[in-house]
Every structure is written in structure tokens, then in C-alpha cells.
Design a protein around this ligand. Structure first.
Ligand SMILES: Nc1nc2c(ncn2[C@@H]2O[C@H](COP(=O)(O)OP(=O)(O)OP(=O)(O)O)[C@@H](O)[C@H]2O)c(=O)[nH]1
Ligand SMILES: [Mg+2]
Length: 468
């Protein structure tokens, strides 16, 4: 049982109507009495009380609401308090420091939730759901996180565990009493059950890609040769002049990014250095970075300059990026249509892309959009295409899903164990089958945090905010 007392602001330190300070641990009552001159041990817990807050020399600082939670009936399972004060960052910071001088220490990232986990108040995947609920980039991502938080995923995992256990006990009975012909399941039935388990886990895993988008958002990278108008397009999409625009090719050297809300989805838009053959070492480094970040994108906006008469050698470099883009969504922006040959470029690029890509140009993954970054023509069409990427994720997903990359890695291990079990079964190796299925069960326990190492647990909570 952890007993030292932790304190942290649970709201961002900026001027706002209310700030909340959280405390958890054995000294909460003592600290509260020093702060408020009230004895909360004699008060009914889990109720709001109006209280004055006093400074170190007894001066009145503020008046706010205080709630005390008596262990184990609190978020962390320990004695806890939440203090609601006026949202001045200097005041909040002062009160937090005061709590520290009264015996608390500053909480680490996610430490409140970590204590809740260690005290058995939440399972590991539910702790992760709290974090992803706070960070989700879309409302749908919030809903998915909440479905895990309310136990839907735990239920799914427990059912899976039961099903595997059921098969394991049959397989183990066949090993222990081979002469006993009264098995409930025949070889074929075990085989069928193992295959069904495999498919079920595979289905859970296949939801990850769309859930990942809905929770963690999408990265949308703008690429193109120099001077096609990438930076101007970037500024038009994000809605203000963030990147430098100039007629000199090679203006953008490093990539620049900005998070934007596009129709209720948070998208990271990235402007990059124009790709071309160059001997300038700094520009070369910039281009390497462009290629790297383009590789990590979910959506590519490939920009071409329609004021030119034909495709240039450097445009071919961009076509190579499109060719390598595989499962990314690609938006082709034919820019400068205010001074360019829009139809010529649409036809040209349509043909080029059909040549280099197996993707269906009319399909969901591809879009060719005539744009003028300067006149703000086609910007809404680009945003709509970005939004389609999210709506595809919503329609292709069920509501119970894996919500973190850790869960995905564990689910892959479960899948692998069941796959190995199936292979052993093919060879009628019951011992190997039972061993692999037991392994899958261990992994399910790991998924729910029953079998996790300290390192894994520390790593998970280190991604949380302070005060959560
Ligand atoms: N007429 C017209 N000019 C544009 C348009 N978009 C960009 N330009 C001009 O094209 C030039 C290059 O624009 P940038 O946005 O800096 O181009 P870039 O692709 O970021 O260039 P690099 O950073 O050098 O790779 C500037 O002079 C812009 O004013 C457009 O839609 N129409
Ligand atoms: Mg630029």
C-alpha cells in the first residue's frame, strides 16, 4: 500500500473560471485542516463544503469548494481530496506548494490513476481508457474509450479467456486420460474451436487501425516539389499564416506542423520541404525529413503546380512517394488553378496515377482536387476528403476495440499463441496445444494488468498527464 501523500493541479495552469487541486494519501486530512482550518474527519465524506483557503501566515487567500473522500471510497482507493478554487495559475501553484510544505509531494504523471490501479480500483486497460478518453481526437474516439472504461473490453477478454480455458481443459483431459473415450469434444471439435478463437482475436485486432485514427487522430502531410504552393496551402488549411511563403524554390527547409479541428476531428497538418534533386546539404537534410514524415503519414496531400505546361522531373519524385504510399489516403491537390491549366493536369495526373498505382482512382483512397491556395478555392473539398478518412473509420468499426498500441501488441501475442496451438493440433500434439493455449490465457491476464511487470506499468502511466 502506497502511503505518501501526493498533490497536483488537475486542470491546466492558465487563467480559467475554476482550478482543481487533487490530493491523495495518508496526510490528506491533516493538510486540509491546515489549508482550511476545518476538521474534515468529522464531516460526511463525498460532499462539497464551502471553505476559506489560508496562506502560510494565516492570511485569507480564496474561498472554494472542498470534497473529501475517505479510503477506500475514492478514485485512488486512498484518502483523497479535491479543492475547487478560482482559476488563477499563481494562486493554484502557491496552494500546491503549500500542500508540499505540509507534507505532500508533487505527483508524477498519471500517479493518481496508477494508485487506483495498484489499489485494485481499476484494471490496466481501464486505466488506459481514462487516458485515451482525455486525449481522444474525435467524439467517436471518446465513446470507444468510454466503452473500455465501463468494462466492455474486460468482458470481451474474460469471455475469450473462458472459451480458451474450456478448450484447454478438454485438451488436457485427453492427455491425462487418453484411454477415457468419454471426452466432451472430439478432435474435430477442438480444431474448430481453436480456429474460431483465432478468427475472433483477428477480428478484435482488425479494429485497431480505425480506432487508432479515432482516438489518436491522423497525420496529414503535404508534399510536392519546391514552389508548387505547399506552404500557402498549409496556411489556407490551418486558417492563418504560419509558414513562410515565397517565390524562391526551397523556402521551407524543416517541416512545420499544426493541429487543426476539421469537422470535429483533430488532424495534424504538416508542411514539408519541397522534394527535388539538390546538392545543398541543408536542403538535402530537409528532403530526407520530408520523405521520413511522408512515410509516417495517414493522409498525403500531394501538390502539383497547374501553371506549368507539363510534369517536371522533380514531380516524378512526388509520384514515387505516391507509389510507395500503400495504404495511405492520397489527396492530389492541383494548385494554382487561378492561373493554371486545371483540366490538362487532372487528366495527366489521373493517367499517371493509374499507371503507378493499384489503387482505384475513383475509390475512397484517392481524390484529385483542383485548388487555388491563393484564392482559397478547393480548400473545403480537401477538408471534406480528410473528414472522409475519419468517417470510413467510424463505419468500419465496432464499438468494443483495442485502444492502445500496448493492447495491440498483447493481442498479437494472444493471436500468435492460438495460431501455434492450432499448428500443434494439426500434428495431434496435445501437449503443445495445451501449452500454447495456456500461454494465450497468460497474455489475456497481461492485457488486463493481472500479470504485468513494473516496467510496463510505469511506462503506461508515464504517458498520462500530471494530476490524472
Ligand atoms: N497564383 C497562385 N500563386 C500561388 C498559389 N499558391 C502559391 N502560390 C505562389 O507560389 C509561390 C510558392 O509558394 P509556397 O507556398 O512558398 O511554395 P512551397 O511549395 O511551399 O515552396 P517550397 O517551400 O520552396 O518548397 C509563392 O510565390 C506563392 O505566392 C496559388 O494558388 N495561386
Ligand atoms: Mg514551403
Amino acid at each position: 500500500m502506497v502511503s505518501d501523500t501526493i498533490v497536483a493541479p488537475a486542470s491546466p495552469l492558465m487563467p480559467s473560471p475554476i482550478h482543481i487541486i487533487r490530493l491523495s494519501g495518508s496526510k490528506v486530512l491533516e493538510i486540509l485542516s491546515k489549508l482550511t482550518r476545518k476538521d474534515f474527519s468529522s464531516k460526511e465524506p463525498r460532499k462539497f463544503y464551502l471553505a476559506r483557503i489560508y496562506g502560510e501566515n494565516g492570511e485569507e487567500l480564496d474561498e472554494g469548494l472542498v470534497v473529501f473522500f475517505k479510503a477506500p471510497h475514492s478514485y485512488t482507493g486512498e484518502d483523497m481530496a479535491e479543492i475547487f478554487i478560482h482559476g488563477n495559475p499563481i494562486l493554484t501553484d502557491y496552494i500546491v506548494k503549500l500542500c508540499i510544505s505540509y507534507g505532500a509531494r508533487y505527483a508524477r504523471e498519471g500517479e493518481f490513476t496508477k494508485r487506483a490501479f495498484l489499489n485494485g480500483k481499476v484494471t490496466l486497460e481501464k486505466s488506459e481508457a481514462i487516458n485515451s478518453l482525455i486525449r481522444a481526437s474525435t467524439l467517436e474516439g471518446v465513446k470507444r474509450s468510454f466503452s473500455v472504461l465501463k468494462g466492455e473490453f474486460e468482458k470481451l477478454m474474460n469471455t475469450l479467456r473462458e472459451e480458451i480455458l474450456d478448450v484447454v481443459s478438454q485438451v488436457e483431459a485427453s492427455i491425462d486420460f487418453p484411454e477415457d473415450v468419454d471426452y466432451e469434444l472430439t478432435y474435430e471439435e477442438i480444431m474448430r474451436k481453436v480456429s474460431e478463437l483465432y478468427q475472433k482475436i483477428n477480428r478484435i485486432l482488425s479494429e485497431w487501425k480505425s480506432t487508432k485514427t479515432l482516438i489518436y487522430g491522423a497525420k496529414c502531410v503535404i508534399v510536392g516539389k519546391p514552389n508548387v504552393g505547399k506552404s500557402m496551402l498549409f496556411n489556407s488549411i490551418i486558417g492563418y499564416s504560419r509558414a513562410i511563403v515565397s517565390p524562391i524554390p526551397g523556402t521551407t527547409r524543416d517541416f512545420i506542423d499544426s493541429d487543426v479541428d476539421i469537422g470535429g476531428a483533430i488532424v495534424k497538418i504538416v508542411d514539408t520541404a519541397g522534394v527535388r534533386k539538390t546538392y545543398d546539404p541543408i536542403e538535402k537534410e530537409g528532403i530526407e525529413r520530408t520523405l521520413k514524415i511522408a512515410d509516417s503519414a495517414d493522409i498525403l496531400i500531394c501538390v502539383f503546380d497547374s501553371s506549368e505546361k507539363e510534369l517536371q522531373e522533380d514531380d516524378e519524385e512526388v509520384l514515387k512517394i505516391i507509389k510507395a504510399s500503400q495504404d495511405k489516403k492520397v489527396i492530389i491537390a492541383i494548385n494554382k488553378i487561378d492561373i493554371g491549366y486545371s483540366d490538362f493536369w487532372i487528366n495527366l495526373l489521373r493517367k499517371k496515377i493509374e499507371e503507378i498505382s493499384e489503387k482505384n482512382i475513383e475509390g475512397k483512397q484517392f481524390a484529385i482536387i483542383p485548388v487555388s491556395a491563393k484564392e482559397r478555392i478547393g480548400i473545403d473539398a480537401i477538408k471534406e476528403e480528410i473528414l472522409k478518412f475519419f468517417s470510413q473509420s467510424i463505419s468500419s468499426s465496432e464499438s468494443v476495440s483495442i485502444i492502445t498500441s500496448r493492447q495491440k501488441a498483447v493481442a498479437e501475442e494472444i493471436l500468435q499463441s492460438v495460431f501455434t496451438a492450432r499448428n500443434f493440433m494439426v500434428q495431434s500434439d496435445y501437449l503443445g496445444t495445451a501449452y500454447s493455449l495456456r500461454n494465450a490465457i497468460k497474455k489475456i491476464d497481461e492485457m488486463l494488468g493481472k500479470e504485468s511487470s513494473h516496467e510496463i506499468i510505469d511506462k503506461i502511466f508515464s504517458t498520462f498527464c500530471i494530476g490524472k
